[in-house]
Design a protein around this ligand. Structure first.
Ligand code: 5RP
Length: 228
């Protein structure tokens, strides 16, 4: 199986995690694109979706799925029991690096508003230790150099993602070379720097379950370490 086939297998397996009749939280990326296409064929099962990017919103609509406004859903007291999203890296404690597609801020917002985070990946995304994938950090443009110099002082090598503007009108620094020995502490520290919108570490609050597709099949792991 090639990587795209594995992504599709993980995406299809995530359908079993949905709650029938409920609103679905939907992330971003190529694996999620496949999830959206699978969901489109079963759209009667859900009461619409809350989306984490303009890209996913367009694809949801193209699949006949209503995209709901997060503020409105929450103001109406409606529940979003499950959030499905991909990752660039995920470790054994289900902590993730996300933001390869640049949607990290809205992903963190929607994930926080939802119940369970279901991460869908092919096995190449599973790592012992986070940090090989350059860490995306969304920054307010005027703070770019301020944030970059602080990241350098932590040993990182930040690079501006050229020609890219986030859905929120900001820029992304992709930071290579970081030693993420304590991802929770790192996320907390960088999050509070002036000018940082979001750091692409999802460590303080990681996934609840990861669905991993490999040539030998589908494996589900939970944050408590259970496998199935
Ligand atoms: C987008 C993300 C994606 O979930 C992540 O980049 C994985 O993408 P893909 O499924 O294309 O490998 O965080 O901001």
């Amino acid at each position: 199986m090639n990587q795209n086939e594995l992504k599709r297998a993980a995406a299809r397996a995530a359908l079993d995690e949905l709650v029938d009749g409920a609103i679905a939280g939907v992330g971003s990326g190529s694996t999620v694109d496949m999830f959206i296409d699978e969901l489109g064929a079963r759209r009667a099962r859900i009461a619409g979706a809350v989306s984490s990017s303009e890209r996913s919103s367009a694809r949801l609509r193209a699949n006949g799925i209503e995209v709901l406004d997060l503020n409105r859903v929450l103001a109406e007291g409606r529940d979003i029991p499950v959030y499905v999203d991909g990752a660039d890296e995920i470790d054994g404690a289900l902590r993730m690096i996300k933001g390869g597609g640049g949607a990290l801020t809205r992903e963190k917002i929607v994930a926080t508003a939802c119940g369970r985070f279901v991460c869908i990946v092919d096995a190449s995304k599973c790592v012992e230790r986070l940090g090989r994938f350059p860490l995306p950090v969304e920054v307010i443009p005027m703070a770019r150099e301020l944030v970059a110099s602080r990241l350098r002082s932590l040993g990182g090598r930040p690079a501006l993602r050229e020609g890219f503007v986030t859905d929120n009108g900001n820029q992304i620094l992709d930071v290579a070379g970081l030693e993420l020995d304590d991802p929770v502490a790192f996320e907390s520290e960088v999050n509070q720097w002036p000018g940082v919108v979001t750091v692409g570490l999802f460590a303080r609050s990681g996934a609840d379950v990861v669905i991993i597709a490999s040539p030998s099949g589908i494996e589900r792991r939970t944050a408590s370490g259970a496998r199935g």
